[in-house]
Design a protein around this ligand. Structure first.
Ligand code: SAH
Length: 403
């Protein structure tokens, strides 16, 4: 041990379980730990070592989480102090500035994406002057005042609002609630621009952190292929349909979502972009709507499927795959020969291969041919660390479906 870290407790990894951590994986699950030397408080900085005492990495301890330690540095001389966190925040901001070449005042983006930015447990989205912050690590959340100060120094936001995710109380022992943490409350709506389209966003009551930035490039990519009548299922605030009309050759869009507040935003966004005359919205459950359209013999030139996460745990994987299968089968049945299917899965537990296999079964069961034209992932402001591939969650397949 270095003199500088003599105060830190030590988490000792079981024999033959240390390789992933030497390789840079940031999650030390309880099951990999042999013993804890010392009595680290919840949120404390700890050293992680092999059973032979060799230093592996340094992280933050949470006795209430199955992820017992989140690792942040593999440098024995680096303490997890303000300079360290500030450097990580700066690197994340620099990446977004280079991706978007400025212009972030109008645009929104994900500024910090947890493990991908070396900040496991913190997500920050930017909407113009306002920031939305979300914690998935209790240990990091305990440093909120410090992070707020650093974000204020580096980004000078008008306000910072905290959103919380369901399940974090149980998973991490996090007892935070949604609310203002600094500056002014976010206006309702906040406006963001994406591919020349304007969107009003409700960052306080809207889903997740208000807007699905991860689909930004997929919405534009899909538009290139979409023409004629398009069915945008799980449309939320209307992004895929708006792009299909503005940047593709779609002539009419039917947007369907089960949430009325989402549809109210979608309709206002259509008006804001002078596309309302070509968009219609319906509140309905997607499965029921597809069955109804199929029975009525309706046919579309394009169908977009962007359902919410279907698999939340390994145990739920089979059920999720069955859900994707029936959803995609129904979608194919309302597609004209030669039509375009844009099908997405944001379930990290469903691999790209699993998802492609679902489409293979859809093809077999419907007798239609399905060609994948583009196999896409999440936008670049949601990068994936190769040391934490669990974060590569989004799949967006743009397919042509023939007779
Ligand atoms: N495509 C959107 C994001 C979709 S998020 C975009 O580009 O912004 C998933 C959406 O599915 C949410 O708006 C949610 O309200 C909706 N949803 C969830 N379950 C549904 C169901 N069974 N039927 C229809 N919509 C549903």
């Amino acid at each position: 041990m270095n003199a500088s870290d003599a105060d830190l407790a030590r988490v000792v990894i079981k024999r033959r379980r240390a390789l992933p951590f030497f390789s840079g994986h940031p999650w030390v699950f309880a099951g990999a730990i042999q013993r804890v030397e010392g009595e680290p408080a919840a949120g404390a900085e700890v050293n992680v070592s092999t059973h032979e005492g060799e230093f592996i990495a340094r992280g933050l301890f949470n006795p209430q989480s199955n992820i017992r330690v989140r690792l942040y540095t593999w440098d024995a001389n680096q303490r997890l102090d303000e300079d360290f966190w500030s450097g990580r925040i700066k690197a994340a901001i620099d990446l977004r500035n280079s991706l978007f070449q400025g212009g972030l005042e109008q645009r929104g983006c994900r500024m910090i994406f947890s493990e991908a930015d070396g900040l496991s447990g913190l997500v920050v989205d930017r909407y113009g002057d306002h920031l939305l912050l979300q914690w998935t690590s209790r240990a990091l959340a305990e440093r909120e005042p410090l992070f707020v100060k650093m974000l204020q120094e580096q980004l000078q936001p008008a306000g910072i609002w905290r959103r919380t995710e369901k399940g974090m109380a149980e998973a991490e022992g996090l007892s935070l609630t949604d609310g203002l943490v600094a500056g002014a409350e976010p206006p309702l709506p906040l406006f963001v621009e994406e591919h020349g389209l304007q969107y009003g966003v409700d960052v306080v009551a809207g889903q997740k952190t208000g807007f699905y930035f991860d689909q930004r490039d997929n919405r534009l990519a899909a538009a290139r292929y979409l023409s004629g009548r398009v069915l945008d299922l799980f449309c939320y605030s209307g992004g895929f349909g708006l792009n299909a009309l503005r940047h593709g050759s779609a002539t009419q869009v039917l947007g369907v979502d089960s949430s009325q507040p989402a549809l109210d935003f979608a309709r206002r966004n259509a008006e804001l972009n002078s596309l309302a005359d070509r968009m219609r919205f319906e509140q309905s459950a997607a499965f029921a709507k597809l069955e109804q359209l199929h029975e009525a013999g309706e046919q579309f030139d394009g169908v977009i499927l962007d359902p919410p996460k279907m698999a939340r745990s390994r145990g739920g994987l089979e059920r999720a795959l069955r859900g994707y299968l029936s959803l995609n089968r129904l979608a194919v049945q309302v597609l004209k020969p030669g039509g375009i299917l844009v099908t997405c899965s944001c379930s990290g537990l469903v691999s790209r291969e699993d998802f492609e296999q679902v489409l293979a079964r859809v093809a077999a069961e419907t007798g239609r041919k399905i060609q994948i034209l583009e196999s896409r992932g999440q936008a670049a402001d949601h990068p994936v660390s190769v040391q934490c591939l669990e974060n590569a969650y989004l799949k967006c397949l743009i397919c042509r479906v023939t007779a």
